[in-house]
Ligand binder design. Structure first.
Ligand code: TRP
Length: 331
């Protein structure tokens, strides 16, 4: 790894094909950060086990997500490491060690934990409580100083920082205290115009969608709820389609804004423009994705190489950690 500003680490649960929310909120950022940082991106399959009832899709979802990442521009040839969390076992060792300096109250007080308890009262498993400890292990194992995550992850990042300070205060300055780097893009709503875009709500648009799929999904999008008839002027500031136009239609934005407010165009017209621009924007992406998918081993080869490189860094950190803690070395 070269002369960069620092080291980025981020993790994402394997959720399969990525959608516009993933793209605008995370992937686009992951790609851009490669210019200035050594980047490590991890598919956190162990974290996914804390909430999944159904694990039969983990392989497929890992594959589809990483294929999207690569087609979007994450590039191991530029030094970026992409790997699967469970392929680098050292993280579970560090997790165990960090768990010994984690007061249980810190974990059960976290708003993210309380939310999960509300969501799955019948499955409040041990791993769920320890979720932030595993995340702290992810980040600190690679001595990352910069962690791009959504604001929803801010409590977890704060937790990681506290654990690092505590560990270092007890055992000496071994771990690096990371900084969160939140994206500027506002929350991306689903085609329902109400809730955050998410695969589980089926209100999403996949970035790998075909032009026909894009058209169908876009035509279902909810616009300004007051604009119930074609002749009623619209309010772009409350319209989810317009929010996305900001990103995908920068050159037409003023025109669309004016034409909507004066009812010169209707919502169907506006959506047609959006579908067209979205289709165009992701055309090179779709091509690269298809080309990469032609070799079914490609993604797995990238992940195997990523695991080897990640493991080398992990082993180094863990050796330092164990020595600092005082665990006896082998022989
Ligand atoms: N908890 C994160 C999320 O749900 C995923 C994650 C796991 C992560 N480990 C991480 C993010 C390390 C950043 C760094 O989005």
């Amino acid at each position: 790894m070269g002369e960069k500003k620092g080291r980025v680490f981020s993790g994402a649960r394997p959720t399969g094909r990525q959608h516009l929310g993933n793209y605008l909120g995370a992937i686009r950022n992951y790609v851009a950060l490669q210019d200035d940082y050594d980047c490590i991106y991890c598919v956190v399959d162990l974290h996914a086990l804390t909430t999944l009832k159904d694990t039969e899709y983990l392989r497929e979802w890992t594959y589809e997500m990483v294929l999207d990442w690569l087609a979007a521009g994450l590039d191991p040839a530029r030094g970026t490491i992409i790997f699967v969390q469970s392929h680098v076992l050292q993280v579970t060792e560090l997790h165990t060690i960090l768990s010994m300096v984690t007061p249980l109250g810190w974990l059960t007080r976290l708003p993210t934990f309380k939310e999960k308890v509300r969501q799955q009262p019948d499955n409040v498993n041990y791993g769920l409580v320890g979720y932030p400890v595993l995340m702290a292990a992810d980040i600190t194992l690679y001595k990352a100083d910069t962690v791009p995550v959504g604001v929803d992850q801010a409590p977890h990042l704060e937790f990681t920082r506290e654990i690092v300070r505590r560990f270092n205060a007890i055992f000496g300055p071994v771990l690096v205290e990371p900084q969160a780097k939140h994206t500027d893009f506002p929350k991306v709503l689903g085609i329902d115009g109400q809730q955050k875009m998410s695969k589980s709500l089926n209100n999403h648009i996949e970035i790998a969608a075909s032009p026909e799929e894009i058209r169908q999904r876009v035509m279902q999008m909810v616009t300004d709820p007051q604009r119930t008839h074609r002749h009623i002027p619209g309010r772009p500031e409350v319209c989810n389609v317009f929010t996305l136009h900001r990103f995908f239609s920068p050159n037409e934005l003023a025109q669309i804004d004016a034409d909507c407010r004066t009812a010169r165009i209707g919502c169907v017209d506006c959506k047609k423009i959006f579908a067209r621009n979205l289709t165009e924007y992701f055309a090179p992406f779709r091509e690269r994705r298809a080309a990469l998918a032609a070799d079914p081993n490609y993604v797995w080869d990238i992940l195997a190489e990523g695991a080897r490189r990640a493991s080398a860094i992990a082993t180094q950190t863990l050796t330092e950690v164990k020595a600092a803690v005082g665990l006896p070395p082998v022989r």
